[in-house]
Design a protein around this ligand. Structure first.
Ligand code: FES
Ligand code: CO
Length: 353
């Protein structure tokens, strides 16, 4: 599925960037292949417009903010947060401003990030009840660009068969390759999946999980929010909860912005923010390395028989089925990447001679 070619994917909220990044002025971002510019309006709320001036098409992100409007850096045309052209410095005051604009998109601020939906959203931003709960702290773990498809990251996080291999140097045990089973309940927004997994605890992991046992079982109560958000809720035997929330925001086909937040019901004195960032960074680097080696076109219609599967792939298969259903509900067919040219095809050979 080429994410940029499926219009229904424009009807979801995506985490774009930390709101603080807008304090230094307009910022460009590409969402589902659409170049946008983000800036703060007069009330300090985020605004998102197409990143293109309607005069000579310059990128508005090259300009600056003035009283909550955005000023094009080329000739100074000025737009408000809704994309209306409000000022042309070269026009005499008495002359009406042409009815011209830049397209505007919906924005929200949630969990310290600006979220954007390019078209009318089908669901709200996933709810994280721990955010704002005084028993929990919120940690910004990272904000990185990866060369893979959003679905690859989603299915990977519900794939219990990869721990023993991909994470053999952190928490996985290569001598225990048999995955645990997930209990899955479908919901309107995606699904919930519950399991118990056994993990290895190197010394730092003991601090993370609040145990000194070399191996522990952790209770996982996870959620997938269509299309590309996930919540991994790990409960250690110590009672510590380690809740990772990700949004895999599609930038282009095969390119995503990975946003990761962590919620913990302990304190800085129990385990420092930096230790938690470093621990999860080591784990996610292992995932990233292998995911960037996969085909970035994760096919959702498995009738195409592009991949072979095993029982532990079930959560990923369910994601593909739900995404395919979503496309069909909106009268779309999956758009896969064009097949590679077969060098041995007769036409090719003829061209070659
Ligand atoms: Fe933007 Fe001319 S291109 S003002
Ligand atoms: Co992993």
């Amino acid at each position: 599925m080429l994410a940029t070619k499926q219009p229904v994917l424009r009807r979801f909220w995506y985490a774009i960037m930390p709101i603080e990044q807008l304090e230094s002025g307009p910022q460009p971002f590409t969402l589902l292949g659409e170049p946008i510019v983000l800036f703060l309006d007069a009330k300090g709320e985020p605004a998102a417009l197409e990143d293109r001036c309607c005069h000579r098409t310059a990128k508005l992100s090259k300009g600056w903010c003035r009283n909550g409007n955005i000023v094009c850096g080329y000739h100074g045309w000025e737009y408000d947060r809704d994309g209306m052209l409000v000022m042309i410095p070269q026009f005499p005051f008495e002359q009406p401003i042409p009815d011209a604009r830049a397209r505007a998109f919906r924005t929200k601020t949630r969990y310290g990030y600006v979220w954007v939906a390019l078209d009318e959203p089908l669901h709200d931003i996933p709810d994280i009840p721990e955010d704002g709960d005084p028993a929990y702290r919120r940690i910004f773990q990272f904000y990185d660009t990866w060369n893979t498809a959003a679905l690859r990251l989603m299915e990977n996080s519900f794939d219990n068969a990869h721990f023993a291999f991909v994470h053999k140097n952190t928490f996985g045990d290569i001598d225990q390759p048999r995955p645990e089973k997930y209990e899955i309940v479908e919901t309107d927004y995606g699904f919930e999946a519950e399991t118990l997994i056994t993990v290895k605890n190197p010394p730092i992991a003991a601090k993370i999980s609040g145990t000194t046992e070399p191996y522990t079982k952790r209770h996982m109560r996870n959620k997938w929010f269509m299309p590309f958000c996930r919540r991994l809720d790990m409960e250690y035997p110590s009672g510590i909860r380690h809740i990772i929330f990700n949004c895999a925001t599609p930038i282009a086909d095969g390119k995503i912005q990975v946003v990761q937040l962590l919620f913990r019901n302990d304190t800085e004195a129990d385990c420092s923010t930096q230790e938690l960032i470093d621990w999860d960074a080591a784990i996610i680097a292992e995932d990233r390395d292998i995911l960037e080696s996969t085909d970035p076109d994760a096919i959702v219609d498995m009738g195409r028989k592009i991949e072979k599967h095993m029982p532990s792939d079930r959560p990923g298969m369910l994601m593909r089925k739900r995404l395919l259903d979503l496309l069909h509900e909106h009268n779309e067919e999956e758009v896969p990447k064009p097949m590679a040219m077969d060098a041995s095809a007769p036409e090719q050979r003829r061209l070659a001679v």
